[in-house]
Design a protein. Structure first.
Length: 601
């Protein structure tokens, strides 16, 4: 058993709950640009004072409509300015926000509405409205449902009869231990559980994260810090960036669709962003594709090798420094322009990013700060910082947080950001703690400097028929670092050996076909048995096998024709593979990996 703790920051009491941040900014920096809204005419600024006034008006409307302290209000919408506005307005009314992913199914919406006991909802689309109204009907509740496009105006008019003091008076009344939100974990299997996070959880997270990430968040927004949020606000990490930006006075923008992110990054020009490894891999593979497609592949590959060597060296010599300067003009500058030209930091989590890519982005002038956390830890529990950074790890604990590795190798967490418990599920709450430590279900280790390295998921450990325990995550991360691979799912539970299901990256596939002389119209199905395609995918599998022993290595793989998306249910809304769903849906392909006459031993 090993344990590491980071000393807490000096105490600084915060009066009231999260809504107090909005009032504090309006009084401290009233004319600062708190947000830039995406409108047909471009990015329109919203000052701290204007945001405070809108929050108060919407909160008055909620109170006038019957929302009372402690009531749960569903928010079902893609990422947009109004999402953040309603979040803080709900808190100003001392109610509890219940986020729902915009891609959620009817069954998921039914469950969240019923289990949370929600009494009101804000939705984005007509389809969302039907889903929520049906869910309220099934739960036997007659509840108001507002469309987010018109809700601000409607609630502002409705709230005229409510005194401003009815919501502004809550500034000093909110007990920080009161629930702020109930976030239903999307999970990869099973019915979602509602994680109850308090105002105190979020305030502790914001204070500590902003404190150790001061080069990103600036000092009161004076450094011109800004960020564009394009990941779901229904996810705890998106919410934390939102709250951290308001805490620090950082200008925040929103993009509803991750597919629009690159275009919006170019015009918004943030100084830092939040991105999952999937997005960073797409950026890298897109650059690789453009370079190789234009005949500059050798230059790009040399630039990658130079970047990795430069970042890994610590103190690069003059020759390496000169090569880096040349490639900065030829390659790295263009990569920075993809993120708007001003972005110097990327916060990343959810899965591991290949260390080679971390080094590449770092030498290109974009430092990827990987972290680790869960909904139950209010997002980040550990983080690499600009001052204390180690590629290939999830960083050290946030101030005030402790990480312990159990005798079984499980990561345990303790600290002020750990959640209150699961909503109406005391048994699950009790089972998730060990002697006061939250048991994450993830496997990991602490290196000699106290940096956390995640090695797998205990619930996803595969046990072969020979009794070998295999953690698939390490291999999957390596395999998907290959530009031709979209997703990888390692299988082998109860089998003689380990195998994998692979999807082909749809962005890179056309380039690969052109370089190999394949018909441009050829589909994955038509080339599934093509020798060149199989050889390229074997290279990816070999990358994964380098990380494990022979007994754990992938012996066979199958190419899947279908892409994994959140829409078809193979990925969670936060873009993690739903392993159980994939294995069940492609059971035939799994069986094909294990013919009776295989002589692989």
């Amino acid at each position: 058993m090993r344990e590491v703790t980071t000393a807490p920051l000096s105490a600084s009491p915060v009066v009231g709950g999260l809504a107090e941040l909005v009032h504090a900014n309006a009084e401290r920096i009233p004319d600062s640009t708190a947000f830039r809204r995406k409108t047909p005419s471009g990015w329109t600024p919203v000052t701290a004072r204007q945001f405070r006034d809108q929050v108060v008006e919407v909160a008055r409307g909620l109170v006038a409509s019957g929302v009372r302290p402690g009531d749960r209000v569903v928010v079902l919408s893609s990422t947009r300015y109004e999402w953040t506005l309603f979040d803080f307005a709900i808190w100003a009314a001392r109610a509890v926000s219940v986020p729902v992913y915009a891609t959620s199914s009817a069954e998921q919406v039914d469950w969240i509405v019923a289990d949370s006991g929600a009494t009101a909802a804000v939705v984005e689309t007509e389809q969302h409205e039907h889903l929520v109204r049906d869910a309220f009907a099934k739960a036997g509740r007659d509840a108001p449902v507002w469309r987010i496009d018109t809700a601000v105006g409607e609630l502002t008019r409705t709230g005229i009869a409510v005194l401003r003091s009815a919501v502004t008076g809550n500034r000093g009344l909110t007990d920080n231990s009161e629930p702020a939100t109930i976030i239903y974990t999307s999970g990869t299997t099973g019915r979602p559980k509602g994680c109850v996070l308090t105002h105190a959880n979020f305030l502790a997270e914001a204070r500590n994260a902003v404190g150790v990430l001061h080069p990103l968040f600036g000092e009161g927004g004076a450094a011109g810090a800004s960020t564009l949020l394009f990941l779901p606000l229904a996810h705890v990490v998106g919410r934390m960036i939102q709250i951290g930006a308001v805490w620090a006075g950082v200008t925040l923008g929103h993009t509803s669709n991750v597919r629009d992110a690159l275009g919006d990054l170019a015009t918004f020009r943030p100084t830092f962003v939040l991105a999952v490894p999937y997005v960073l891999e797409k950026i890298y593979h897109g650059a690789w594709q453009r370079a190789h497609g234009s005949g500059n592949g050798r230059i790009f590959d040399a630039a990658v090798d130079t970047a990795v060597a430069h970042s890994s060296a610590g103190s690069p010599g003059p020759l390496l420094g000169a090569k880096h300067a040349v490639f900065d003009r030829l390659v790295y500058r263009k990569l920075r322009e993809v993120l708007g030209g001003r972005c110097r930091y990327v916060l990343s989590g959810g899965a591991a990013l290949a260390p080679r890519l971390v080094h590449f982005f770092h030498a290109a002038g974009i430092t990827v700060l990987e972290g680790y956390g869960l909904t139950e830890t209010t997002s980040t529990a550990t983080i690499n910082t600009p001052d204390v950074f180690r590629a290939g790890t999830a960083g050290r604990p946030l101030p005030g947080m402790s990480i312990r590795i159990s005798d079984a190798g499980e990561v345990l967490v303790k600290g002020p950001t750990v959640f209150q418990g699961y909503w109406h599920d005391p048994l699950a709450t009790e089972e998730s703690f060990q002697d006061g430590w939250f048991a994450t279900g993830d496997l990991g280790r602490l290196d000699e400097a106290g940096f956390l390295v995640i090695t797998g998921r205990s619930k996803e450990i595969l046990v072969t028929s020979g009794g070998k325990n295999v953690s698939p995550g390490v291999m999957e991360d390596r395999i998907t670092s290959h530009p031709l691979v979209g997703n990888a799912v390692v299988v082998g539970d109860g089998r003689r050996y380990v195998a994998a299901l692979l999807t082909v990256d749809r962005q890179y596939f056309p380039v690969w076909k052109e370089t190999k002389g394949k018909p441009a119209a050829a589909t994955v199905r038509e080339l599934a048995e093509d020798a060149d395609l199989l050889a390229a995918l074997q290279e990816a599998v070999d990358l994964g096998n380098e990380a494990v022993s022979r007994a754990e290595s992938v012996r066979r793989f199958r190419v899947l024709e279908e892409e994994f998306t959140a829409e078809n249910g193979y990925l969670t809304p936060s873009l993690k593979v739903r392993r159980g769903v994939v294995v069940e849906a492609f059971a035939g392909e799994v069986e094909a990996c294990y013919p009776q006459d295989v002589g692989v031993f």
